[in-house]
Ligand binder design. Structure first.
Ligand code: ASN
Ligand code: ZN
Length: 322
């Protein structure tokens, strides 16, 4: 028969209708969160003041500025992956409007989530091009917002590298979802198309082969390790958050590669369950995160399934105990 909640709700609604008939209050409606994004793009006009001038509102047609249009589309792609794959309504799960400023500062070589909105630089043209070019970079930055509203991983050391890795994982999934790619078809690169032509490299990072994304006179060599044997102990980069993220990144790649198909359906679901499940602590170490992915694989896909086996094996391959 119908669930107890359904019966209670029916009884509540009958009572409510009776009362509203008498007092004329508006009809009871369940709280509704929109299945559409609410995007606004601003032009910072090469200054540091945010957000800048409003240049594109939700539902409006593309304009002449390709950077504005890419930012708008990238915010939309991110909203769609979170909604369609994980039933999450925007960054906060409650339909948070998505705001982004483009053309931030002069020759600004980065993009970031400032706790409230997205900010994109144009790049200096020597090392980096426009940061709105790779959709996975847009997804990476917005995912810092999702992490902020969920596990809130401390941006230092291993918890910081997990924070970075989660942004890479979901950034990559956003790209794969947009392109309809399977794990086998995906390039597993973060920031392909972002490096200036003179730079010797293909992207910012590679989840499939950490440490191989670039090797360049100006940029140096991609410093990412793929396993704990090469874990980098450093005080710079908040204790190597963009360096050691290679290890959990590679573990995710290995899980997705072992399972095949669309990576957001199984590997992504397991990672999302851990990120949002309430058990991941702010200061989690790699092993804490890994152990939770094993539990999540069991809970969602069953004990003795290929998912559990793939997750356990992947962490073993990168040298993280579960
Ligand atoms: N683009 C960098 C990142 O998202 C900026 C930062 O927040 N450290 O990791
Ligand atoms: Zn990041």
């Amino acid at each position: 028969g119908p669930a107890r909640e359904t019966l209670e709700r029916d009884a509540y609604e009958r009572t409510h209708r009776r009362l509203t008939t008498v007092i004329g209050a508006p009809t009871l409606t369940a709280p509704v969160v929109s299945d559409k994004p609410q995007r606004t793009i601003y032009d910072a006009k090469h200054k540091q003041d945010l957000p800048g001038k409003k240049v594109r509102a939700e539902g409006s047609d593309p304009g002449k500025d390709a950077t504005v249009n890419r930012a708008y589309a990238g915010l939309g792609a991110t909203f769609e992956l979170y909604l369609n794959a994980f039933n999450r309504h925007s960054i906060d799960g409650e339909g948070l409007p998505l705001n982004a400023s483009v053309h931030y500062d002069v020759k600004y070589d980065n993009a970031f989530w400032n706790g409230e909105q997205m900010v994109f630089g144009d790049g200096d043209g020597e090392l980096f091009l426009d940061f709105t070019i790779p959709v996975d970079v847009i997804g990476h930055e917005l995912t810092h917002g999702v992490t902020q509203y969920t596990a809130n991983l401390t941006y230092f050391g291993q918890s910081g590298a997990l924070n970075e890795s989660i942004s890479d994982v979901f950034g990559s999934l956003i790209k794969q979802y947009t392109l309809g790619q399977t794990a086998t078809e995906a390039d597993w690169l973060i920031g392909a198309g972002l490096l200036a032509p003179r730079v010797s490299g293909v992207a910012l990072r590679s989840m499939k082969a950490p440490g191989t994304a670039y090797d360049d006179d100006a940029l140096g060599k991609d410093p990412q390790p793929a396993t704990m044997d090469d874990f980098v102990r450093t005080g710079s980069d908040n204790g190597g958050v963009h360096i050691n993220s290679g290890i959990p990144n590679h573990a995710f790649y290995l899980v997705a590669d072992a399972l095949g198909g669309h990576a957001w359906e199984k590997a992504g679901q397991i990672w999302y369950d851990v990120l949002t499940g309430g058990e991941l602590k702010k200061d989690a170490l790699f092993t804490d995160f890994a152990t939770l992915t094993v539990a999540a694989a069991k809970t969602r896909f069953g004990d003795g399934g290929e998912e559990l086996q793939a997750v356990t094996k992947a962490w073993e391959q990168v040298g993280v105990p579960t």
